[in-house]
Design a protein around this ligand. Structure first.
Ligand SMILES: [Zn+2]
Length: 506
């Protein structure tokens, strides 16, 4: 059996389904390129038949992203599979991923089909997909709650029909590592043709076991793991790419396996996703959280100074966390900036360096030392633009009886000009109200937080806004050396996400 674990990234399909993580076409393309740079083997670009937008996302990623196999999801029906094939036409390497639910709950209540009908549908789906592409993946949805004997029958039939990858998903995040091991082991022992396909797994994190379950599947012989950056996905999310990859790498002595991921690209890709979705990674998150490599206790610090391995199982550099002496400032030129952008792991060729350089000069006027975190904020900041633009804002605040007020001048999606003013409990509240008036959107604010992302009195603040609009949740981020401006830019980010979502839906 191969000692390579195939990394199948579904950030753009399953990940995008998580609340507040909807992405525009341009954002998906940017993210797909970053996943290509990260070195994932397969990018699941979307569910082509779901909507014209999804179709276009798959088609444009298929056209533009070379390197990884581009995969499109389809139910086992003619239309879905034909749409998937059509969207993938221009891909260099392509895969169609068909699925059908196999568990009794899904068969009886959702599909209203017998065991035999499900198998027949699976066979027809795989065969049709196979008529378009060689690389066909078949998933038994809710596999972990499916009768084992029946699961083995479905898998055998799918391989017989031409499936080259068999995915065993824990769709509802219900299984345990031991059970997952046993399920894969059972299939290996009871499916006659199992050697003709690669076994895959797709675990959800409802019980916090997605990575553990995926590793158990790998130990039992699975050689593909479906995962997402930052672990985003339906409900509690999917197996986190960064965790499974670093577990396999760090514990190579235990697993004896490898992935093709360029791990130094993990942090830049993770941060890009976080900037695009506005969904911030918790500080204590494994691998990518801000505290993941921080040693606070004196005893640990002493140990680290004597010998890093006393308390450190991975080097921060291995995931692209760089801490260099090259400090940028007001007089740094474009060349130094480009070097820094590259050093931080971004693909300078595909970034809008003119725009980043202009923002950099602006920031350097207000701030003496520009840190790596500042530069990252500038690079990923480009991910979020329009259609509403805040052209001007003025706020007043004070202490005691002073009334906070804000005036804003906002340009609408159609170029229309909106000027509004409002008062509020403090300048941030006043500004949010003025923006709501100007845009005509009533936002239910659920939370606002401001953190410093670099050090010193002139540090940049990063504001995060959580809000609801029309029953959906949205996240927004904004950075500035001024915390009111950071909060307002996070709020504008939410406004723009809502607008883009509405434009997409209409
Ligand atoms: Zn899923």
């Amino acid at each position: 059996m191969s000692d390579k674990v195939i990394i199948f990234d579904t950030t753009l399909r399953d990940g995008e389904q998580s609340p507040g993580c909807a992405m525009t076409l341009a954002q998906k393309r940017r993210m797909a390129k970053s996943l290509g740079a990260l070195g994932v083997d397969v990018i699941e670009a979307g569910f082509a038949a779901a909507s014209p937008d999804d179709f276009n996302a798959v088609a444009s990623i298929a056209r533009e992203v070379k390197g990884p196999t581009i995969c499109a999801l389809a139910r086992c029906n003619d239309n879905d599979i034909r749409e998937a094939a059509r969207a993938l036409e221009e891909a260099e390497k392509k895969r169609i991923h068909v699925f059908i639910a196999t568990s009794p709950l899904h068969r009886e209540h959702k599909l209203k089909m017998t065991k035999e009908q499900v198998i027949e549908r699976a066979i027809n789906g795989v065969k049709l997909a196979k008529s378009f592409v060689d690389d066909v993946e078949f998933s038994c949805e809710d596999a972990t709650r499916t009768e084992k004997d029946y699961l083995a029958q479905v898998v055998e039939a799918a391989i017989e029909a031409g499936a080259t990858t068999i995915n065993i998903p824990d769709t509802v995040g219900y299984t345990t590592p031991t059970e997952m091991f046993e399920t894969i082991d059972f299939l290996k022992k009871h499916v006659g043709n199992i050697e003709q396909a690669i076994i895959s797994t797709h675990c959800h994190d409802d019980l916090g076991l997605a990575v553990a379950n995926s590793l158990a599947a790998v130990e039992a012989g699975a050689r593909q793991v479906e995962c997402t950056l930052n672990g985003i996905g339906e409900r509690a999310g999917n197996c986190a790419l960064e965790e499974i990859v670093m577990a396999i790498k760090t514990r190579a002595n235990h697993y004896g396996l490898d992935t093709g991921v360029r791990t130094e690209q993990i942090l830049p890709s993770s941060r890009l996703l976080s900037a695009i979705t506005g969904s911030v990674v918790p500080r204590n998150k494994a691998i990518i959280g801000d505290n993941a490599f921080a040693h606070a206790s004196g005893i640990h610090q002493h140990g680290m100074l004597s010998h890093p391995e006393t308390y450190e199982i991975m080097r921060p550099q291995s995931i692209g966390r760089v801490d260099t002496s090259l400090v940028l400032g007001k007089h740094s030129g474009r060349h130094a900036l480009v070097d820094k952008v590259k050093e931080l792991g971004f693909d300078a060729a595909s970034e809008d360096i003119d725009r980043i350089f202009a923002d950099f000069k602006n920031l350097a006027d207000r701030k003496k030392h520009i840190t790596d975190a500042d530069i990252e904020a500038l690079v990923v900041g480009q991910a979020n633009t329009g259609p509403w633009q805040l052209a001007q804002m003025q706020v007043t605040s004070g202490t005691g009886d002073a009334i906070a007020s804000a005036a804003v001048f906002i340009i609408g999606p159609d170029g229309s000009e909106h000027r509004e003013a409002a008062t509020g409990d403090g300048p941030v509240d006043a500004a949010f109200r003025a923006i709501e008036r100007a845009t005509g959107m009533e936002i239910h604010l659920e939370g606002l937080s401001v953190n410093s992302i670099s050090e010193g009195i002139d540090a940049q603040g990063e504001a995060q806004v959580r809000a609801r609009f029309a029953g959906q949740s949205f996240h927004g981020r904004g950075t500035s050396t001024d915390i009111v401006a950071a909060s307002v830019s996070a709020f504008m980010d939410v406004i723009n996400r809502i607008s883009r979502q509405m434009a997409k839906a209409s």
